[in-house]
Structure formats: C-alpha cells, structure tokens
Ligand binder design. Structure first.
Ligand SMILES: CC(C)(COP(=O)(O)OP(=O)(O)OC[C@H]1O[C@@H](n2cnc3c(N)ncnc32)[C@H](O)[C@@H]1OP(=O)(O)O)[C@@H](O)C(=O)NCCC(=O)NCCS
Length: 294
C-alpha cells in the first residue's frame, strides 16, 4: 500500500462541494474540460457515484464515476450504467490506481444488478482486460424526404434559463429516439453537451418536440437527436426547419423517422465499449446519439 500512502479513498462524494470541485480540477487538468458549467444546468446526474483517491490537500488524484443510464436495445429495456470521468494525475500513474477505481466501479455496478456497462474511450486497449468490447457505430445518410407538414418552430437558447427548464421537462418525458439503441433518460449530459456545441441548433416544433441539429456547409440537416414524447417523421422535420439541401445525415438509428438512410461506419477516434454478462449487442446498425455522449 506504500504507493497510496497519504492518499484517501472516497466514493459517492458528490454531495461534498469541495470534493466535486476537486474532481472538476482533475478533469480540467486532464481533459481541459470544465464540468462546473453543469452547476448552472442543474448539476451532475444525481445517480452518479464517483470512486476516487484524494491527497491530504484535498486534491483529487484518481477517479472514475458510474451513473445510471437505462437503455433500449433491440426494443427491450436494459438496466445499464455508464462510466465517465476516468483519470489519474501524471504524478501518480503506473501504480495501479486506475485499476483500483475501475474495479470498485465495476463491483458497484454488478452489486446494483446492472446488466450492461458502457464507456467511450480513445484507448480501447485499456478496457479489454475489464471485459469491455467495442461496438461499431454508424451514421445514416440519404436524400432529404419531401412532402412533410411544417409545424411552428421556435429556436431555444442555452443561455436562457426558461428554455433550459423547458428542455429538462421534455428530456424527462421523452420517447427513446430509436428502438435499436437509445438512452431512456440522459438529461444532464444532453444539457452539458449542448452547452459545449456552439453550432448546435435546438429548434422547438409545436411547443412539444426539440430537434437538435447542425447545418452542413450546404445548409443540409445533420440530425443529432430528437426530444419529445412523439418522434416526428423526417419529412415533417425537414419541412418544419425549411431545409432545402438535398441530403440528410442522421446520427442515430432512424427507425422512428419513416425514412431509410444508408448506414455508414463511423471511424471517429472514440470507441463505444460495452461490458455485459450475456452477449448483448444491437442487431442492426446504430449509434449513441451525440447529445448522449459522456
Ligand atoms: C489511462 C490512465 C487513467 C491510467 O492510469 P494509471 O493509474 O496509470 O493506470 P494503472 O496503473 O492502474 O494501470 C492499469 C492497467 O492499464 C494499463 N494502461 C495504462 N495506460 C494505458 C494505455 N494508455 N493503454 C493501454 N493500457 C494502459 C497499465 O499497463 C495497467 O495494466 P496492468 O494492470 O495489466 O498492469 C491515466 O494514464 C490517465 O489519466 N490518462 C489520461 C486520461 C485518460 O486517458 N483517461 C481514460 C480515458 S477513457
């Protein structure tokens, strides 16, 4: 234990503001990302259980956090969790701290009866040893559908607190955006990701459905997510947003959109990895919607 001398292990510490700030410091130093902007959006996901090592000054030295992320996979409910905020300070690497917090987080998920654990990483080699395997993701492209019915549209603004309250309400009551693979509930990361995407447009159709999208160079629709109790057809979305470009890209499986696109393998740097007791994997091409990335 000498490598851990002077360090204190803590779990489930997010209620302690100083410890939350210390974790934010570790993530800022490691990934150059400021998670404290979540404070204005309602705070981190309340299901989050972090596992970390702290030094005597209160600095967070190592961490991984588990959070509940119920999913639909192949049309069925899956009790799933995500792992995020995994890092060890350079001064303390190579001493098994990451293995220690990973094992604590996985044991916690297993004890909670979690059926599947997900993570996103640019170093998949690090996670095979814990039983994770990579799932291929796809995006979907094709001609923009025509003949849809246009609804009333209002653009939401992430700087407006009333719009955030509205988004929170719709996110709580949303239909999963796909039956092949989608989170049932993913509120905090949606808001956090939206705050970090300057080109994202959040357009509210008929006061009840938010279309999260970006415009391609030719003004085409690059669809990130749909938040509502009903999912409109892609034709109605294209008509409502007054998209005139000929093609569309959809970043999640389009099975609710009354539209078929060609599935194109994503070759980005981040791998989506899954650990489950039985061989659980989507039967058809899919992607984790970008707004749910964690
Ligand atoms: C990756 C990181 C968390 C490892 O922390 P660490 O405390 O040095 O890891 P450990 O000492 O517990 O090593 C655990 C195992 O992972 C291996 N490992 C460490 N970094 C690795 C990497 N980049 N790729 C593959 N394996 C790696 C170690 O060899 C060790 O293997 P062993 O258990 O068979 O001996 C740390 O280097 C870090 O914070 N990096 C920057 C942030 C990052 O990449 N986070 C993960 C993103 S998803």
């Amino acid at each position: 234990m000498s490598d851990r001398e002077g360090l204190i292990f803590r779990s489930d510490y997010l209620g302690d503001t100083a410890a939350w700030r210390a974790l934010a410091g570790l993530l800022e130093d490691t990934f150059d990302i400021d998670v404290t902007i979540m404070d204005r959006l309602g705070g981190p996901d309340p299901t989050t259980v972090p596992f970390g090592w702290f030094d005597e000054t209160g600095a967070c030295i190592a961490n991984i956090s588990a959070f509940s992320m119920p999913l639909v996979i192949n049309g069925a409910f899956v009790r799933a969790a995500g792992l995020q905020s995994g890092a060890v300070r350079p001064s303390h690497r190579g001493r098994g701290l990451y293995r220690n917090v990973m094992e604590a987080a996985i044991d916690h998920c297993d004890a909670e009866g979690v059926e599947a654990i997900l993570l996103l990483t640019d170093t998949p080699d690090l996670y095979g040893r814990y039983g994770f395997r990579t799932l291929a993701q796809h995006h979907f492209t094709g001609p923009a559908p025509t003949g849809g019915t246009a609804g009333q549209v209002r653009r939401l603004d992430m700087a407006n607190d009333a719009d955030i309250t509205l988004l929170r309400r719709l996110l709580k009551a949303r239909r999963p955006v796909s039956d092949r693979f989608a989170p049932l509930r993913q509120l905090e990361m949606f808001l956090f990701n939206a705050s970090l995407m300057p080109d994202l447009r959040l357009d509210l159709i008929e006061e009840n459905t938010v279309i999260a999208w970006q415009a391609g160079l030719d003004g085409s629709l690059d669809l990130m997510d749909i938040v509502g109790a009903q999912i409109p057809s892609l034709a109605d979305i294209v008509a409502s947003l007054k998209i005139e470009a000929a093609s569309v890209t959809v970043r999640f499986a389009p099975d609710h959109l009354a539209w078929d696109g060609e599935a194109v393998l994503d070759e980005g740097e981040m791998a989506l990895m899954l650990r489950s007791a039985k061989d659980l994997r989507p039967e058809h091409p899919f992607a984790l919607p970008p707004m749910a990335e964690f």
